[in-house]
Design a protein around this ligand. Sequence first.
Ligand code: UT7
Length: 313
Amino acid sequence: MKGLKIVATGRCIPSKVVTNEDMSRIVETSDEWIRTRTGIETRHFCQGEESASSLAVEAARIALERAGISPEELGACVGCTVSADSAAPTVACAIQRDLGLPQGIPYFDLNAGCSGFLYGLHVTRGLLFQSGKPYALLVGAESLSRIINFQDRGTCILFGDGAGAVVVRLEEDAPYAHDLGAEGGSDVIYIGGFGSDEAYIHMEGQKTFRFAVEKVPQCVHRLLEESGLSLEDIDWFVLHQANKRIIDRVAKRLGAPEEKFFENIQHYGNTSAASIPIALDEMVEKGLLKKGQKIVCVGFGAGLTWGGALLEW
Ligand code: UT7
């Protein structure tokens, strides 16, 4: 079966750090509440000219440089975001323009909420089947600080900005399994349209929490079933970083060791479609990922959607 291999990663995080103390000067909250309920200690917000596109361009530049490939070998470039600077041009088109990538391949963004990167992986695999080129660029990029309601303490303390990029290659013998889905049309999480009075993130926290804790283990089991692997075969679980308590609860439900679940939510908060590629890049930097290891990535969020993939490093 032709699977996807991640060849290189990159990330770009805005330099402005916002602490829980800073948030407590904006809404009635505390460092203690945020840490114990979410695991978040800091998040980063864009400033000045920084945007989802500018972060995406930099993350993509780093990933392409590390991959050491010629841009002519790219078959597609997909941006995953809910907070693009504008509906058009897309984040993917900004990457093409700013990095001078070849024009004759598809560049587009997709929106599947916080599951975007997982949807993107699967779409990218399909595009590579068609393209005849070996590599694709996939970027999760968010500037959620633009669409946060800073009067709603239930949501504004959660989100942060950032971008993560991966260069992937289609490989003949690489194991691969995927599981995507949605409970569509839900207003448990929604972002009002451009120009509306509600053009910011609304979320019913507890319902979203329950959705995640139920769907993520189910998704993992489907990935294992499809790939014929067992829980013990998986070296790393890289979940969407939405709440440390969700990650802990999922580990417990699955009966998998907590040490196999990578966490960086403490530094970045919830960066939606960017959270998993940012996590992968940090894992590479820390030397945690070893050749031949099996990784399960699962995202969940607005839609409501979920998405999972099993990959070999
Ligand atoms: O990326 C998309 C996926 N998103 C998620 O997965 C998020 C999932 N949900 C969550 O992570 C949690 O539900 C939250 C962190 C959003 C909220 O935690 P919770 O334990 O579910 O709190 P809650 O909403 O039940 O609120 C408990 C109390 C309430 O006060 P009362 O009614 O008990 O007096 C809230 O008003 O905490 C209050 N509260 C806060 N207090 C201090 C809510 N937000 C805050 C805050 N600071 N920031």
